[in-house]
Design a protein around this ligand. Structure first.
Ligand SMILES: [Zn+2]
Length: 274
């Protein structure tokens, strides 16, 4: 009688455990399905923004390097109506939430997730934080690339320079470049605006020609090499004494170790004859 009861109890336990296992597996399956579905939804959302992030970044880089230093020197405020204004770049907020931790480590400033490369963080922004993009207005900085010579920044090793110059395209870009200068630095508005208008034409617009001889960015770029060198040399000077202290301490520890060993071996030799 006791044996039958024990067998029944054992069978009951087995059924209970097996049932629980299937339920857990079922839950995992549902989770997997949900994850797959979310991924699909994310993929669908990726294609909603019709503005190149890479080219927008190139345009931003050009503005920062080849225009901003001059605007700052003139203490000029770029108006929001000007398409070069930071507010008119839909990706600006996301780009500011990129945190480069290490060479192979990029952190998302919104959710703190870590990525191996910048391009993966870009993909993450496209899928997870697409809702933060304000796409209601035309704020695509990449649209200015024709005027700003983005191709020179996007891939400097490309064959673009070898491609035959298209006169019509060059004329179109030149016209667009001039209209950009007119809208951002209105002539007769102020002396600084006049100077920046002139600078913009020389820096960006003159090179939109097939006759050659004119190069973009003729007025130069932001100078930060000297500051970088200064920072590196200061850092080296600060770290050098630390390095010597570490080497000194290491050698001292080594010397102590050999002295102890010598003493031990001497004691051993003395102990042996007796
Ligand atoms: Zn995130």
């Amino acid at each position: 009688m006791d044996r039958t009861r024990a067998t029944l109890l054992y069978m009951f336990l087995c059924i209970a455990l097996f049932g629980r296992g299937t339920i857990t597996q079922g839950n995992q399956d549902t989770e997997g399905y949900t994850a797959k579905r979310t991924q699909k939804q994310e993929e669908q959302h990726t294609h909603e923004v019709h503005c190149s992030r890479e080219r927008s970044r190139a345009a931003w880089k050009i503005i920062e390097e080849y225009l901003k230093p001059f605007v700052e020197r003139e203490k000029h405020e770029i108006s929001r109506n000007c398409r070069l204004h930071p507010e008119n770049d839909i990706f600006r907020d996301q780009e500011q939430h990129k945190i480069p931790v290490d060479i192979n480590e990029w952190r998302c400033g919104y959710c703190n997730k870590i990525f191996e490369a910048e391009k993966f963080l870009d993909q993450h922004f496209d899928s997870r934080h697409y809702d933060l993009l304000n796409v209601s207005h035309s704020k695509c900085l990449a649209d200015l690339c024709g005027a700003l010579h983005c191709d020179l920044v996007v891939d400097s090793n490309s064959k673009s320079s070898k491609i035959k110059c298209n006169t019509a395209a060059a004329a179109r870009n030149h016209h667009f470049c001039e209209s950009l200068a007119n809208s951002c630095f209105a002539v007769n508005h102020s002396p600084s605006a006049n100077r920046l208008h002139e600078l913009f034409l020389r820096q960006f617009c003159d090179a939109h020609t097939c006759s050659g001889g004119r190069k973009p960015f003729s007025r130069g770029r932001r100078k930060h090499s000297s500051i970088l060198y200064l920072a590196i040399s200061i850092l080296t000077l600060m770290l050098l004494p630390v390095f010597y202290v570490i080497v000194y301490l290491y050698q001292r520890e080594n010397r102590k170790g050999t002295q102890v060993l010598k003493r031990v071996s001497q004691l051993g030799q003395k102990a042996k004859p007796s």
